[in-house]
Ligand binder design. Structure first.
Ligand code: PLP
Length: 417
């Protein structure tokens, strides 16, 4: 493959994500349309057979406008990858059919059979299941789960010559622990371990690669898409890693085929420019709700990194990009599953506050009891270790309607408990 194939198009390390997105190269359509054309071809032709051969040897490629096959690389998908890489401040990026396919492709690329991962014990249930069962049973890749806020535990879990990846979420799903990305990266790099961060909960808010991470993955299905209508993912990182992942002969993007459809890539690329505005709205609403809920019932356990009492409040403040806040997700602990379900039923069916649903990043509020839904694949001991109590409701705060209207819907339902 070409060396640094896609020069980073962002101007400087100091650019905040919204500025970087604005200065990233914008591809015009083939007739100078202000939007890029959709490259809806699964295969591409070459000017001669020599160029075709050179493309397969990686001697020519997208930099010179040469593509092979869309499972390998598609210009429209690459365009979206560049937008997301600009936001994340990485050299390059590529997009996949789901967040899970981004995560599994990266882990399979960075780990060999017999290898070892150190991962946060509080993770999205699907990622936890991938590490606990699939990678172990099918690929002989084992994982040690750690408390990601305990730096000593993380360091001690790394096995020299065996551990190749430290994997965690910037803000964890659903417990909202905030990872100390700079310190974790230092610890991992000192042991030759790559740091892979799932930044699904904090796009725009945190830039893990600028804080030291090697690879950043996303479930675009959440905030990036913003409409709860799409399943998609992204991988951002140095060209050295992402290009290897796209190796036309052996790269996981080629042989596993987690391909994104270019028509979908085009659609998502139109939503990225307003991600910044949407994130600000989600964060502001979440902070307002949490503040009012704490006033309403000071005894209720509320998890939100925007609260000063949150153990990583200052850490998040010190790492985050200016003007975004602390995320659009908060949790309340209703103690039992029965009480959590009762409150969600009232919030959805009596007061129309939001919807029960497992996703997040939607413009309406979505709520889920994580223990019995997204994290139900964990056994009781694993849930306890991860801090997922049976009555924990995760709220992904929407921004439609006025705050006053939504607050009155919340209080109406809560007063009936
Ligand atoms: N990462 C996190 C933090 C998630 O919450 C999810 C899904 O809920 C995923 C990854 C998986 O993403 P997808 O559903 O797009 O495969």
């Amino acid at each position: 493959m070409e060396g640094k194939k896609f020069n980073r198009e962002t101007e400087s390390e100091k650019e905040v994500p919204a500025e970087a997105l604005a200065t990233a190269r914008h591809e015009l359509g083939e007739h100078n349309g202000i939007n890029m054309s959709i490259e809806a071809s699964n295969t591409f032709t070459f000017k001669d057979s020599e160029t075709m051969n050179r493309a397969f040897q990686g001697e020519v490629g997208p930099k010179t406008g040469i593509y092979i096959y869309s499972r390998h690389l598609n210009p429209t998908v690459l365009n979206l990858g560049r937008q997301i890489a600009a936001i994340e401040g990485t050299e390059t990026g590529y997009c996949t059919a789901s967040g899970m396919s981004a995560i599994s492709s990266v882990l399979l690329h960075l780990c060999n059979s017999g290898g070892h991962v150190v991962a946060a014990k509080s993770l999205y249930g699907g990622s936890h299941a991938l590490l606990t069962h699939f990678l172990q049973q099918k690929c002989n890749i084992t994982t040690t789960f750690v408390d990601i806020v305990d730096l000593e535990e993380v360091e001690n879990a790394m096995i020299e010559g065996k551990t190749s990846v430290l994997y965690f979420e910037s803000i964890s799903n659903p417990t909202l622990n905030v990872a100390n990305i700079p310190e974790l990266s230092k610890i991992a790099h000192a042991k030759g371990v790559k740091v892979v961060v799932d930044n699904t909960f904090a796009p725009m808010i945190l830039s893990p690669a600028k804080l030291g991470a090697d690879v950043v993955v996303h479930s675009i299905s959440k905030y990036m898409s913003g409409e709860a209508d799409i399943i998609a993912g992204a991988i951002c990182g140095p060209a050295e890693i992402v290009d290897q992942m796209r190796d036309p002969h052996e790269g996981p993007l080629m042989v596993l085929g987690p391909t994104m459809n270019p028509k979908l890539a085009f659609e998502i690329s139109g939503r990225i420019p307003h991600l910044s505005m949407r994130m600000k709205k989600h964060c502001k609403r979440a902070m307002k709700f949490v503040t009012k809920i704490k006033e309403l019932d000071p005894n209720l356990v509320v998890l939100y990194p925007g609260l000063e009492e949150h153990p990583q409040h200052s850490l998040l403040k010190s790492m985050s990009n200016k003007d975004y806040g602390f995320g659009g997700v908060f949790c309340v602990d209703m103690k039992t599953e029965e009480r959590a379900n009762r409150l969600m039923d009232k919030l959805q069916n009596n007061s129309k506050f939001g919807f029960m649903g497992v996703s997040l990043g939607y413009y309406e509020t979505l709520m889920t009891c994580s223990s019995s839904s997204t994290n139900s694949m964990l056994d009781d001991k694993e849930k306890e270790r991860a801090g997922i109590s049976p009555g924990l409701i995760r709220f992904s705060v929407g921004y439609v309607g006025t705050f006053e209207q939504k607050w009155s819907q919340f209080t109406r339902a809560y007063s009936e408990m």
